[in-house]
Design a protein around this ligand. Structure first.
Ligand SMILES: *[C@@H]1O[C@H](CO)[C@@H](O)[C@H](O)[C@H]1NC(C)=O
Ligand SMILES: *[C@@H]1O[C@H](CO)[C@@H](O)[C@H](O)[C@H]1NC(C)=O
Ligand SMILES: *[C@@H]1O[C@H](CO)[C@@H](O)[C@H](O)[C@H]1NC(C)=O
Length: 493
């Protein structure tokens, strides 16, 4: 029966399953859990309605009984002086009241409100964060709204929201394009009005410096709404400014000169770099005769020579990957960055992650990294498993923390998924991009042999355009490597 099921859900909910306050947009994997959440919401709502219907039926039956009771056994107001009649009336009214109280308390309203409180529902920050991710994708991959919505169109209201988020981030060209897209999709069912869109089209044109366009949309708005004093004032201002400023004519071109990082993310590699890459070698390694690596031997590929970036193929099996993901899934939380001595949440790093301690698979993987690199894992950090979200990325940074002592000497980055589009690891200063390939890993030293930071190891995780990006990081530290990677006083090693 519905009542029992709903009660059961509540008990399960308050114990483990439902904790509120989850961040969704920073992990594609978390977002996929929303299918279950939606299912849960609709199912419990249906149970709630069934249960209340049952209660309504009971209450109607009660009402009939009470009405019938008073009809069959009437008490004549004339006879109320009769003590027996008075007694009967007192008793009956009290009994009616008790029954009504009992039956109305059957309502599941309170219970259902509690179930709803525990549901994991995206917050406003999730919506804005997701929209912000879309805008970031647009920026880096130079996409127009129609490119990005090719597979799945947004309606006018959704596009208006994305535009507003872009506007609030001062990305006025992107905002303009989303408002235009929204205007194109306006229907009688849209909540967004033509007035709102024309106003924002005019404002964003002004903001990125196209006055003719600002005036054009302002005038459109005034034609539609001749009593709008606000736009009259703005139009007046734009017309006066028009003769004092040169306009940015470049309205439909996303003209922002992009950084090397963004160029690399788009897969634009210059010819010299690719020539140098083709000359690099691929080989099987047994780690200098390490018996653990004889069968199967490690497949090593040099992706870059200086700094040396080595790709290890098939370093982890699909099954191990699945286990690591399964363990990590419930433990993921927003990744932080190290800034001024603190770990803080930052827009520069949009992903969720967890350090896996004492896990047998993580330990096995750690041993394999030690075998492959010849380095000691004694002072290495625990394996960090990461899942990226909408527009999920990690802006250019060094892994080395520049703490001076026992810094992160090297990085071993394992790709635990293929990524449909985007998600490459790029080194903007040397112009190299390594693509995620499930089961492979890339390895490089962050520090020169003399302990100085290698400035060429600045790298970034490109936003994921299509797919679900999982990686695992192993940061290896200096202590324990004294005999494994002899240090040098030379500046150039
Ligand atoms: C986006 O659309 C423009 C114009 O239709 C087209 O030229 C461009 O190639 C598209 N870009 C991508 C990445 O699809
Ligand atoms: C271009 O993008 C960079 C960062 O990516 C930003 O600092 C700059 O303000 C942008 N320029 C314009 C004209 O939007
Ligand atoms: C991982 O979890 C999924 C879903 O719970 C399960 O079907 C699968 O067997 C698990 N895989 C491993 C290797 O534990």
């Amino acid at each position: 029966m519905a009542v029992k099921e709903l009660t059961f859900i509540l008990v399960v909910c308050s114990s483990i399953v439902c904790t509120s306050g989850v961040e969704f947009f920073t992990s594609t994997d978390k977002i996929s859990q929303l299918f279950n959440e939606e299912d849960f919401l609709l199912k419990t709502f249906s149970l709630y309605i069934d249960a209340e219907e049952e209660n309504i039926k009971l209450m109607k039956r009660l009402l009939l009984l009470l009405q019938l009771g008073s009809y069959l056994d009437p008490v004549d107001p004339e006879k109320i002086k009769d003590p027996v009649a008075a007694y009967k009336l007192l008793r009956r009214v009290r009994a009616e009241w008790i029954n009504i109280v009992d039956y109305t308390q059957l309502s599941l309203y309170q219970l259902y409100q509690t179930v709803l409180t525990y549901a994991q529902i995206p917050q406003l920050e999730d919506l804005d964060g997701a929209a912000s991710g879309l805008i970031r994708l647009q920026e880096i991959y130079k996409l127009y709204p129609h490119n990005i919505t090719k597979e799945m169109a947004l309606n006018a209201d959704e596009a208006y929201h994305v535009g507003l988020v872009a506007y609030n981030e001062d990305k006025f060209q992107h905002a303009f394009l989303w408002f235009l897209y929204s205007l194109d999709r306006l229907t009688q069912y849209s909540v967004t009005t033509k007035q709102q869109l024309l106003r924002h089209l005019s404002l964003s044109s002004y903001q990125f410096g196209n006055l003719p366009m600002a005036i054009y949309f302002g005038q459109q708005l005034l034609n539609l709404d001749p009593t709008n004093d606000d736009i009259k004032v703005l139009l007046d201002l734009y017309r006066r400014l028009r003769f004092q400023r040169t306009s940015n004519p470049d309205i439909l071109r996303l003209s922002n000169e992009s950084s090397k990082y963004e160029t690399l993310c788009r897969g634009e590699v210059d010819e010299r770099t690719s020539k140098r890459q083709r000359a690099l070698s691929c080989r099987y390694s047994t780690g200098g005769g390490n018996p653990r690596l004889m069968y199967p031997p490690l497949k090593e590929e040099v992706e870059w020579d200086d700094p040396r970036i080595i790709r290890y193929h098939d370093i982890i099996s699909d099954r191990e990957i699945e286990i690591l993901k399964n363990i990590s899934r419930p433990l993921l939380s927003r990744s932080k960055v190290y800034q001024d001595g603190w770990d803080t949440v930052s827009q520069d790093r949009v992903s969720q992650s967890v350090f896996l301690q004492d896990d047998p698979v993580a330990t096995r993987v750690s041993q394999r990294i030690a075998d492959a690199t010849g380095l000691s894992m004694e002072t290495a950090e625990s394996l960090l498993v990461q899942n990226y979200g909408i527009g999920g990325r990690f802006e250019p940074h060094y892994d080395a923390l520049e703490t001076g002592v026992n810094d992160r000497i090297a990085t071993f980055l394992i790709y635990m998924s293929d990524v449909g589009m985007g998600g490459a690891t790029v080194f903007p200063d040397i112009g190299v991009a390594t693509k995620p390939k499930k089961g492979s890993a890339v390895f490089w030293y962050n520090l020169h042999k003399n302990g100085e930071l290698d400035l060429n190891t600045r790298h970034a995780g490109c936003p994921v355009l299509v797919g679900n990006k999982w990686v695992a990081n192993k940061w290896i530290h200096e202590f324990g490597q004294e005999f494994k990677r002899p240090c040098s006083l030379s500046e150039w090693e």
